[in-house]
Each structure stands twice: as structure tokens, then as C-alpha cells.
Design a protein around this ligand. Structure first.
Ligand SMILES: Cc1cc2nc3c(=O)[nH]c(=O)nc-3n(C[C@H](O)[C@H](O)[C@H](O)COP(=O)(O)OP(=O)(O)OC[C@H]3O[C@@H](n4cnc5c(N)ncnc54)[C@H](O)[C@@H]3O)c2cc1C
Length: 310
């Protein structure tokens, strides 16, 4: 039977290292335990939050008044003939990439160095330059939070887009995902490992390595862009954040804008989530004042009574 704990701290389970506790918390290790966790939430009429590695979330200082489920589903299985790999929701992205390359399967290395679990990665459809995780996903198992049943779904079911998947509606949670990759020779695998290492080196120079959620704001959608430069609509939020001069300069409490990247907010312990919110709002207001557009967050907010930003 699944073990459910009470009042478990979450600050040590997310990358900002801020936020209050979970009222209830569990780490299911099997599909059966995932079903038991969902049944517990239904029985006690609790909201559910499914936590991965906490690399893309900001948890309120009050914590989460419900059940936090952190899937510890860590199995990886490879089908050589079909060039597929299936990974549990709790497998970290880098572990999956490394396992694939060690087994002569190439493709996912473009996502090297992106922190997080497979659950969090499929949820937001992680992206790096022109690559989207959805280009490789061919199947998955998800649990329906209303019925508690686990179902098999295909790529089309997810309605993937930029920062977009069916999972955002929070009616289903990922149990495992199957990716179709390319079988490669030992030599090609060695080349792909070199590419992996190069991407990781490049990222380590460009981005802060801790106490951040990566890009805090998402790029603008075409319908949101009212500003033009040289007749061009610019979707990249980092362009606007660079222009307002906050990079490495703006600080509120123990939260500040990284000197490496204008769209990365970083905390210094002991920071509070309120510091991060105040900083993000100040950035929104500055972009709005100068460009008439309000950046919207890519980071997911957990445990807030209402949306904390503009
Ligand atoms: C330094 C840094 C660099 C980054 N660079 C990139 C980048 O280049 N590209 C990119 O796309 N992202 C990037 N990110 C963002 C982050 O790595 C991804 O969003 C990642 O997928 C988060 O995974 P997670 O397991 O930490 O999810 P969490 O932060 O724990 O959760 C994020 C969301 O996913 C949901 N979720 C988690 N598990 C499941 C599940 N099993 N089923 C359904 N929903 C689930 C959560 O409920 C939550 O809403 C970066 C982050 C950092 C800190």
C-alpha cells in the first residue's frame, strides 16, 4: 500500500529552493501505487499536484494544500528491433539520453543538459532550438485523475505544440513514455556522445546551474506582439528583457536576474517565493511600460490562491 506522509517540505525538492510544505506527499514506485495515490486524493477530495524534479515550478510560500505525487517510476526498457525506448515518468532526462546512447539509440541527445524528469519534459514538450520532444514521442501511458484508470495513448492524443500538451489541462498524469529513435553504429553513437558533451558544455557557460527554473517567461505568441523593429515582429522575450537593462542588475530581496541570461531569475538562499514574484512582476511592468506588452510565465505556479503575476 502506498505510504502517504504529511507536512513534507518542498523547498528542497525544487530548483528555486523556495516555497512551503505539501499537506500530503507520496512517491509511488509502481502503476498500482499511482492508482492508490489518485484514489486517496479522490477519497479526501484533495487537489493533486504531480511533481517532477522541480526545475520549472515556483511553489507558494504557503505550500500546497493537497496531495503532492512525485512518481518514482524509474524503469527504462529498450526495444532494439523497433528502435524504441520506454521510460518511467520519474526518469531524469539526462539518464534517459545517456542510456540511449550507451545502447546505440540516437536522437534525444539534442536535449542534453536540460534538467527535469520525463513527466515534466512531456508535460511542457521541452524544446531546444528547433527540436521538440514531441518529434520523438510515439506512445505513452497516462492516468486519468477522474477515473483513476491508466490508458495507452499515442502522439496525436497529446495535441503537442510549443510549451503545449494535453497534460496542461491536469486531467491526466504521465506514467511512462515511449520514444522512437534511430539505431546507430558504435561510431555514430560516439559522435552523438560528443554532441551531447558539447551541448552540455555550451549550456554550462550560458545558463546559471542552480536556484533557477531556466527561462522564466515564454516567448510571445504572434497574436500578442504589438511592437515591431525594422518592420519585424520579434517573439523572443529575451530580446525585450535585454532592452530593459535588468540582466545582472535587478535584485529584489534574495532574488535577482542572472548576469548570464536576462530571462533567468535566480535565488540566493534563504530566499522566499515572494521575492521571486516581486522580481518577476517588476520585469513585467518594465516591459509593459517600454513596449506595451506583458511577458507571460513559462514557469508553473503551484499553491497560489490566484495567479500571482500580471
Ligand atoms: C537551468 C535550467 C535550464 C532549462 N533549460 C530548458 C530548455 O533548454 N528547454 C526547455 O524546454 N526547458 C528548460 N528548462 C525547464 C525544465 O528543465 C523543463 O520544463 C523540465 O521538463 C521540467 O521537468 P521537471 O521534472 O523538473 O518538472 P517540474 O518542474 O517538477 O514540473 C513542471 C510541470 O510538469 C508537471 N509534471 C511533472 N511530472 C508530471 C507527470 N508525470 N505527469 C504530468 N505532469 C507532470 C508538473 O505538474 C508541473 O506542472 C530549464 C530549467 C532549468 C532549471
Amino acid at each position: 500500500m502506498i505510504k502517504i506522509e504529511e507536512q513534507i517540505p518542498l523547498a528542497d525538492k525544487n530548483w528555486f529552493r523556495t516555497g512551503g510544505p505539501a499537506r500530503y506527499y507520496c512517491q509511488p514506485t509502481t502503476e498500482q501505487e499511482c492508482m492508490q495515490a489518485v484514489a486517496f486524493a479522490q477519497q479526501h477530495q484533495l487537489p493533486i499536484f504531480v511533481l517532477g524534479e522541480g526545475a520549472n515550478i515556483l511553489i507558494s510560500d504557503e505550500g500546497f494544500n493537497g496531495l503532492v505525487i512525485r512518481p518514482a517510476l524509474s524503469a527504462i526498457s529498450i526495444n532494439d528491433q523497433q528502435a524504441t525506448v520506454t521510460a518511467g515518468a520519474g526518469v531524469s532526462i539526462q539518464t534517459l539520453i545517456d542510456t540511449c546512447l550507451d545502447n546505440g539509440l540516437s536522437g534525444l541527445e539534442e536535449f542534453s543538459g536540460i534538467p527535469g524528469s520525463i513527466g515534466g519534459a512531456v508535460y511542457i514538450n521541452i524544446h531546444y532550438f528547433q527540436f521538440l520532444l514531441s518529434q520523438f514521442l510515439t506512445g505513452a501511458r497516462v492516468i486519468d485523475v477522474h477515473t483513476g484508470q491508466i490508458i495507452d495513448v499515442d502522439n496525436a492524443w497529446f495535441c503537442f505544440g510549443y510549451n503545449q500538451s494535453t497534460l496542461l489541462a491536469k486531467n491526466h498524469y504521465l506514467i511512462s513514455a515511449t520514444f522512437t529513435l534511430k539505431n546507430v553504429t558504435d561510431l555514430q553513437a560516439a559522435y552523438a556522445k560528443g554532441r551531447r558533451d558539447e551541448i552540455i558544455r555550451h549550456r554550462q557557460q550560458r545558463y546559471p546551474r542552480s536556484n533557477t527554473c531556466g527561462s522564466f517567461f515564454r516567448n510571445f505568441l504572434p497574436s500578442e506582439i504589438s511592437f515591431t523593429a525594422n518592420g519585424q515582429k520579434i517573439p523572443f522575450v529575451a530580446y525585450y528583457l535585454d532592452k530593459i537593462g535588468v540582466k545582472g542588475a535587478l535584485r529584489i530581496g534574495n532574488a535577482f536576474v542572472s548576469h548570464q541570461h536576462a530571462n533567468m531569475l535566480v535565488t540566493q538562499e534563504p530566499a522566499s517565493t515572494a521575492d521571486v514574484i516581486a522580481l518577476a512582476r517588476s520585469m513585467q511592468e518594465r516591459v509593459q511600460e517600454q513596449f506595451g506588452m506583458v511577458p507571460q510565465s513559462e514557469c508553473q505556479f503551484i499553491g497560489f490562491a490566484q495567479h500571482p503575476l500580471l
